[in-house]
Design a protein around this ligand. Structure first.
Ligand SMILES: [Zn+2]
Length: 345
């Protein structure tokens, strides 16, 4: 197993997040990346640090709108020109059901249009980091095309909340979706299984009308945790994609005994789809006590999940998502991957 790693994976660079009405330092904190990296080294994976600017990725433009990509690259500089501007680009009004269109040209109007919530501010280094994350994900996918059977991608921030033209949940670029598109250049069908405790709303949106990409998200019930407004079981896809999106909300407080049957249900759906490759959106915020989750998996449980994933016997690309108990990230990553590596056929 190889690991592809962004050289910026453990920098301190994020802004604030609005949590329960309070602005606080963003939970995608420095230290998370280092803990995961340590786990990859514990397992003696061959680690490849992806040089910025070294990767061609037409997938970036397939997945995201041009105006949005331009915005991410220019927003911080434009914002900083305003008198008394904060260090982070942060909206104070959003398009809504009465005014759904983007109107107005001021930075604050554009911020409301492109930055979908209070956890997704743009700061000076945002583009540098999210672009590197995209390069890392695409490099990992390319390694699979070049013959690797399993790869882990480590970058920050997460990507699974990012929409086609809107940041959300601290995600800006849909890393897993870019990897899907790279894999699709060779493989007819690709499945994405999102095991982060939060619904993978961006991945869902980006493939919602397609039957060549199966998207499954198993997550804490959105009636209780973020993103609140999507992630429900009745979101099944549209058009050709109907039946190719599966959301599995899990009741708050669930432990592995309640979680695992639902996880096995997801794996059965993947097996029935007969994909040629699998992407795991790997979040560890299902861990007991995670400040942003509400499920109760323990470290040992991740090795059980990893072993089940191995039984699918598919080329498998893991892409880093959430997990906010920093002290547990090393052990949890190691548990998932060692369970997987021990049981691969
Ligand atoms: Zn999460």
């Amino acid at each position: 197993m190889k690991a592809y790693i962004s050289p910026f994976h453990d920098h301190h660079w994020t802004g604030n997040a609005l949590v329960r009405g309070r602005l606080q330092p963003h939970h995608d904190a420095q230290g998370r990346g280092a803990q995961v990296e340590a786990a990859l080294q514990d397992l003696q994976l061959q680690c490849v640090y992806v040089s910025p600017g070294s990767v061609m990725m037409p997938e970036l433009h397939q997945v995201h709108a041009e105006d949005y990509l331009h915005y991410l690259q220019t927003a911080a500089a434009e914002w900083s020109q305003r008198a008394d501007a904060s260090f982070e680009v942060r909206p104070n009004i959003w398009p809504n059901r009465y005014f759904p269109e983007m109107k107005g040209s001021l930075p604050v109007a554009k911020a409301g249009y492109y930055l979908g919530d209070g956890a997704s501010p743009v700061v000076a280094d945002t583009w540098k980091h999210v672009h590197s994350g995209a390069e890392t994900a695409v490099s990992g996918a390319q390694a699979m095309l070049d013959g690797e059977r399993e790869v882990y991608v480590l970058s920050r921030p997460s990507g699974h909340h990012a929409m086609r033209d809107m940041a959300m949940g601290g995600s800006f670029i849909a890393n897993a979706a870019l990897a899907v598109e790279r894999l699709r250049s060779r493989f007819a069908r690709v499945a994405v299984l999102d095991i982060d405790v939060h619904h993978g709303n961006g991945t869902q949106q980006l493939f919602y009308d397609r039957d060549d990409v199966l998207t499954i998200s198993i997550h804490g019930d959105p009636d209780v945790i973020f993103p609140f407004i999507c992630g429900y079981a009745d979101e099944v896809g549209v058009g050709a994609g109907e039946g190719f999106n599966l959301n599995i909300p899990i009741a708050a407080g669930s432990e592995i005994a309640q979680y695992r049957p639902q996880f096995e249900r997801a794996l059965q759906r993947i097996a029935d789809f007969h994909p040629e490759a699998l992407i795991i959106a790997a979040g560890y915020d299902t861990f007991r006590g995670d400040p942003f989750g509400n499920l109760c998996l323990d470290t040992v449980d991740y090795s059980v999940l990893g072993a089940s994933l191995a039984q699918l016997n598919l080329p498998t690309l893991f892409i880093q998502e959430g997990g906010y108990v920093i002290d547990a990230l090393r052990a949890n990553t190691r548990s998932l991957l060692s369970g997987f590596l021990d049981k691969r056929p």
